[in-house]
Design a protein around this ligand. Structure first.
Ligand code: IMP
Length: 175
């Protein structure tokens, strides 16, 4: 595994990520059999997770993306903005929101409020990481890769000031 001086320690190796994402893919494919779900990736943190998860989905599905913004450095600003919206209607669709990490939950609270007004048949959340210690909004993802402590993590799509998204594993950021 490559050495990265900005890391306190590695939390999840490539192998751990691959194995867990395969399990999530199997579970979601089973739950949504016959429903052609729409997977909505939340850019940009979801990119590596989304791509690897989609390869593990064995049923018909559609893909779309939104880009939301709320973070500055390691701190949530609490002000969520939609930078890019969906390209298709979600009316009567079964939607699975694919997110990198749920921290305060404020981003997804905003998103769920927004999506619920569009008439989806169902909306569930699939997040790679869940950081429940810092929750400020009642967000309960149905599919969770791993729970993490209240530490700032980087890699595998997660950034610090737009750096380190390309790391193939997840680690704790060294302050
Ligand atoms: P929330 O609104 O506080 O739940 O934060 C959601 C977004 O903040 C995530 O989609 C990430 O982009 C970012 N975020 C939260 N915690 C971390 C972290 O530990 N590392 C990198 N990004 C994070």
């Amino acid at each position: 595994m490559p050495e990265t001086p900005v890391l306190e320690r590695v939390l999840f190796s490539e192998k751990q990520l691959t194995d867990r994402i395969a399990e999530l893919g199997r579970q979601i494919s089973f739950d949504y059999k016959g429903k052609t779900p729409l997977f909505v990736g939340i850019l940009r943190g979801c990119i590596l997770f989304y791509s690897d998860l989609m390869k593990q989905i064995s049923i018909d599905c559609n893909m779309d993306f939104m880009c939301l913004s709320s973070y500055s450095g390691t701190t949530s600003t609490g002000q969520v903005r939609t930078m890019l919206d969906l390209h298709q209607s979600i009316k009567d669709r079964h939607v699975v929101v694919v997110e990198d990490i749920v921290d305060t939950g404020l981003t997804l609270e905003y998103l769920m409020g927004n999506l619920k007004n569009r008439g989806a048949a169902s909306i569930e959340i699939c997040c790679l990481l869940d950081k429940p210690a810092n929750r400020k909004a009642p967000i309960h993802p149905k599919y969770i890769g791993f729970q993490v402590e209240n530490e700032f993590v980087i890699g595998y799509g997660l950034d610090y000031n737009e750096l380190y998204r390309n790391l193939p594993y997840i680690g704790v950021f060294k302050k």
